[in-house]
Design a protein around this ligand. Sequence first.
Ligand code: SER
Length: 586
Amino acid sequence: MLDSNSLRKKYLDFFAKRGHTVIPSASLIPENDPTVLFTTAGMQPLVPYLLGQKHPGGKRLTDVQKCVRTGDIDEVGDDTHCTFFEMLGNWSLGDYFKRESIAWSYEFLTKELGISPDKLAVTVFAGDEDCPRDEESAARWKEMGIPEDRIFYLPKENNWWIAGTTGPCGEDTEIFYIDESKPGESPADDGGKYVEIWNNVFMHYYKHPDGSYTELQQKNIDTGMGLERTLMTLNGYRSVYDTDVLRPVAELLRKKISCDSAEAERAVRIIADHTRTATFILGDPRGVAPSNVDRGYILRRLIRRAVRFARQLGLDASVLSECAAEYIAIYGDFYTELKENSEKILEELRLETEKFDKTLHQGLKEFEKLLGYIKDNRISGKAAFRLYDTYGFPPEMTVELSREHGVTVDMEGFTRAFNEHQQKSKAGAEQKFKGGLSDSGAETTRLHTATHLLMEALRRVLKDPTIMQKGSNITPERLRLDFNFPRPLTAEEIAAVEEKVNEAIAADVVVTCEEMTPDEAHAQGAVGVFGDRYGDVVKVYTMGGYSKEICGGPHAAHTGELGRFKIVKEQSSSAGIRRIKAVLEA
Ligand code: SER
């Protein structure tokens, strides 16, 4: 049997022996990038280095990265989907390329992991107008001994990798384990015969917002292997819940319940999955607590959803803490932060589950009652809002419960009810929806709005649409914004930026907020990093024609409230990152 500790060790040792520096997993909460909710791939914390910045570890790196992806949360409960997973990865930052990457992947799989070469199939990029057919990778695979009929040429849809919609990207070659017991014509269909275990990305392009591609200044390798998936496949397990990282918790839950239906098994898996993700988010060095915004809200949804499924199994909500304690034991030696933060993890879980558990029972009763008198099989926005406001039901949970009963929910009505409520109790709402501010007092809120105007002014004055917020800190006295730009700003540029912001303030435009999908936000040109990094719904704040940005709020009602904007300092923050401090004068 191959267990998680030996797989991590074998992987890191193998690449360390080949000149790679072993780096620790980065935080699950991306640094310097408040627009991204969680780290979703090993390459994400490495983007500056893929773009050319020098990494202190050199040009060859390897790690095991903690990742959270909540885009497929509805699939959790099946054999393979998880909201948390570990990604084993190795990188070449402008060093080796296809030849070494493919040879080492083959060697690792067949020699270190002992997979029979007959069990491997690969895909390579078929070529299109943006990038030629990847004959080189195919030739390398043939050199390794993979026969032609197990090399599949596939289009961008399958063999191209990018995090989101813009940024570093390139063609990839994916490696599959063949499960003869399942049907399948090629890795492009999902009969189950071809199980993807590793993805080697040849990251040498940059995709721009207008859809065009340019060559990066260096050719990079970015590979990713899912730890749980690989353990499952190589051990011949049916699901990831049989691997040593998840099985103890699944077993703990199964032992507590009497039935073994497919429905019960799904609930067990959902609880095991969500509790694991919650444990890692709470235990992260930059960890957050449950709240009603951004990351805290995702965490809250995960915990509350797990509590609901625990209830469904007749289990007390405190079972989540038992699961978390088990995870701390399973992972604590490798991810020492879990041990260091174990008290915090267990305490926050206890607080959140108790809070929710108190109202869940009543909320479910209320929901059942509701089913009795709804019209057209539809739950009104007001009723959904009441479940949220009074019983703490995240709207997604109401939608999910409704779906189970063949009923729909008026989500537009929910958003309307939500906004009305927000306006009615603005002070309270400000507190609830504050995002990354030291407080949500009037001064901080106004400076937050000024930060958005500053962001857009910088992009326009410096004529650089790749400028993004890399950090922000706002106190009642001043704002501080970090952004990527390669050189100091000139006095003229600083004056021009101030003028642009003051122009927007003088125009006194209304600040509006809308909820939409990340795709819609992107289509509308909102500033933010796109891809599966956001949840299903984001808030977009618009300030006339002066700014449109994804953000959690709060903001001033109109820009005229802001006073006169003045930059007090422009300095370097770190390599390639500038820092501006600014104030609003009465
Ligand atoms: N970035 C690629 C992925 O996430 C390979 O690491 O699959």
